[in-house]
Design a protein around this ligand. Structure first.
Ligand code: PHB
Length: 395
């Protein structure tokens, strides 16, 4: 027989979504237990995107989850779009009075894991054999073997699946009760970390005939860069010299030169758009990547997860004390409204900037025309700035 723990909310997944939810719930006086099959170390070492929207920063700061984001995260008041031989700035501050912060997901995770530890949160990393049960009753449960090898069961009033893009919770919803929307893209990103100073003050989204490249940053001495590649690319087939030549060629077509340095990490990131609706089934709700995936262009993934759990914490603060699971429908409606706007934006940024494998010269010139129309129009630039910085106030 497993050891049984009773709590109000059981959370499967201890990434940023699961930990932030459990932090926000504690502030409303609601207990939770979080479990994750990964060790804390494994989650810390996963390189993910690095841009936080205005409201994501507010949520982390106002809830007391992170002060570091204000000291160590760099404020970005715009981005550059490079195309057709030149560079064009989108001025977020001037257009929509907002900004983003460059603060990598692993730092968000570290802050949240620290704050849960400080507040005595029950977070169990490195567990195995996770399974969810009784989600159609009002006492759903998660069973697992803990890091010491002991069989455990956590029984709760609500179960939250925040277990990422390969979510087991998502699969616990019977087919007749869910709809899945899916789109693949014929390209991927080759991502590197390199020891070099920044090449520009802000991020550069670079369109070129050889395909897209993104010049992002991490610290004064470490940079993150990506270039569009074939999804079947093996990162080990690429020498440092070949990577630099590809990046420099794409950027030089628009008059930029990159500062080079030793490449310390390389990987290929797949592109996918995915949504599972609704985000509730019985006493279980899904949050973050468990319910939806966006392609990385525009860095919406983590921001959507933060927006989901902000809404979810608000709904659970009413639903749990009242014992009213019907209120969970409000979560799925409010969250999905934003999810689909972000799906559209991520798709649009992706198809605007990437070269389809069979692109004709017309297709490339048409994209340049679209980019020129965008940067020369205040309305167009404002649309981009508003979506990139995040639609305010949960709109
Ligand atoms: C990143 O820094 O990893 C990053 C930044 C902007 C994006 C995507 C990824 O649009």
């Amino acid at each position: 027989m497993p050891d049984v723990t009773r709590t109000q909310v059981a959370v499967v997944g201890g990434g940023p979504a699961g930990l932030l939810l459990s932090h926000l719930l504690q502030r409303s006086g609601i207990d939770s237990v979080v479990v994750d099959i990964r060790t804390r170390r494994e989650i810390e070492e996963a390189h993910r995107a690095g841009i936080l929207e205005h409201d994501s920063v507010r949520t982390l700061v106002d809830s007391g989850a992170s002060e570091r984001v204000m000291h160590e995260g760099a404020q970005h008041d715009g981005i550059e779009l490079a195309f057709g031989g030149g560079r064009h700035r989108i001025d977020f501050a001037g257009l929509v009075g907002a900004s983003t912060r460059l603060y990598p997901q692993t730092e968000v995770f570290v802050d949240l894991a620290d704050v849960r530890e400080r507040d005595g949160g029950d977070v169990r990393f490195g567990v195995t054999d996770v399974s969810v049960h009784d989600v159609e009753t009002d006492t759903p449960a998660v069973r697992f073997t803990d890091a010491q090898g002991v069989a455990q069961e956590v029984r709760a009033g609500v179960l939250v699946g925040a277990d990422g893009s390969r979510s087991a919770c998502r699969r616990a919803v019977p087919e007749a009760h869910r709809t899945q929307y899916f789109r693949e893209y014929p390209y991927a990103w080759f991502g590197i970390l390199c020891e070099a100073p920044p090449s520009a003050e802000e991020l550069i989204y670079n369109h070129s005939e050889r395909g897209f490249a993104l010049i992002s940053q991490r610290t004064e001495s470490l940079q993150r860069m990506y270039f569009q590649c074939d999804p079947d690319t093996d990162p080990e087939d690429w020498s440092d010299d070949r990577i630099w030549e590809e990046l420099q060629t794409r950027l030089q077509s628009n008059g930029c030169t990159l500062r080079e340095g030793p490449i310390t990490s390389r990987s290929v990131l797949p592109f996918r758009s995915f949504v599972q609706e609704p985000m509730r089934h019985g006493a279980m709700v899904l949050a973050g990547d468990a319910a939806h995936t966006v392609p990385p262009t525009g860095a919406k993934g983590l921001n959507l997860a933060i927006a989901d759990v902000t809404v979810l914490a608000d709904v659970l603060a009413r639903a749990v004390p009242a014992g009213d699971l019907g209120l969970l429908d409000e979560y799925t409606e409010r969250a999905l409204a934003r999810v689909w706007k972000a799906q559209y934006f991520s798709y649009w940024m992706t198809t605007l900037l990437h070269r389809p494998p069979e692109a004709s010269p017309f297709d490339v010139r048409r994209q340049q025309g679209e980019l020129a129309a965008l940067v020369s129009s205040e309305a167009g630039s404002t649309f981009l700035a508003e979506a990139y910085c995040g639609w305010p106030g949960g709109r």
